[in-house]
Design a protein around this ligand. Sequence first.
Ligand SMILES: Cc1ncc(COP(=O)(O)O)c(C=O)c1O
Length: 366
Amino acid sequence: MEKLAKESILKIKSYIPGKPIEEVKRELRLKSAVKLASNENALPPSKKVVRAAKRALMSLNRYPDGNCFYLKRALADRFRMSPDNVIIGNGSDEIIVLTLRAFLRSDEEVIIARPTFLIYEIASQIEGAKVKFVPLKNFRYDIPGIVRLISDKTKVIFIANPDNPTGTYVTKKEINFLISRAPRDTILYFDEAYFEFAKDVSDYPDTIKYLSAPSGKGKNIIVTRSFSKIYSLAGARVGYGVAKRSIIDCLNRVREPFNVNSVAQEAALAALDDKRHIERTLRLVKKGKFFLYKKLDSLGIGYIPSVTNFILIDMGKQSKDVYKKLLEHGVIVREMSPWRLNNFIRVTIGTMDENRRFIRALKKIL
Ligand SMILES: Cc1ncc(COP(=O)(O)O)c(C=O)c1O
């Protein structure tokens, strides 16, 4: 089969998602399990959102609105832009793929941090392009290091802000510097899947503002955000991107006509203004984070302070074993060897019961 496949995909290691709860329960014959592996929201979507999704079910005989008219308009109004500045994706993941499909040629380069969100590397490899890596410094993006690697072949620079798997963020000042140094023919891609968790941190930037600010003039900026995290819609697969019209136009050319299903569109529209749900989530994450930090401190376990809904935890030794033992206790976390962080696990902040169960299991296995 390898002879039939595109050469560019042969070296790709496919993305391994966090294990689903049902699979773990089946495999290990557990009565219950908790999943803290994929940075999902521990809260289910609100009743209002479920009602909207149910209404959409009655029209499943029809194709969805391929233009996502209402959702785009709602987002455009929120950002005081035109719907022509917005694209909706089957998860924000899809917009990463569309960007590379539309813009990246095989003789061009992409700059990404290492480690960071894995899809940037995989999607760039599919296009056959060269990927240049900039190691994190102290678990943070090294923006001067990224700037130093820019060449006349650099087509896309990916910035996960906040970052996954570290939970750290790039400051306003660092983003200003990066934007000032970005060449005219380079796309700055700000992946903000966890934006809402970090937005009140004082020096965290609101990059959408750069689209209309003088400092962003003449630059190619794409900002993507997700309905999977704070809005509790990971299973619906919906995210959005904003950029100047000419960029969105190119993305639309390579997008499937009906990329976002109708249930996802209605659910996202209902979720967008659901302030109570957002506040409940932020409260839960804050309380859970405080609890986990305290417990980890008392166990003498190190971690990277996070502005997101997950924590990267340093087990101080090969964490594969810890991961397996936690699994046996019905706690699914993320084992970090795919990111070359062999001593670490990544834990999503769950409900307080889930957080307690994780700590109980951790205490037992240590
Ligand atoms: C940094 C980052 N970007 C993008 C995504 C993808 O999110 P979505 O569910 O919107 O495709 C994730 C998901 O975990 C992520 O961590």
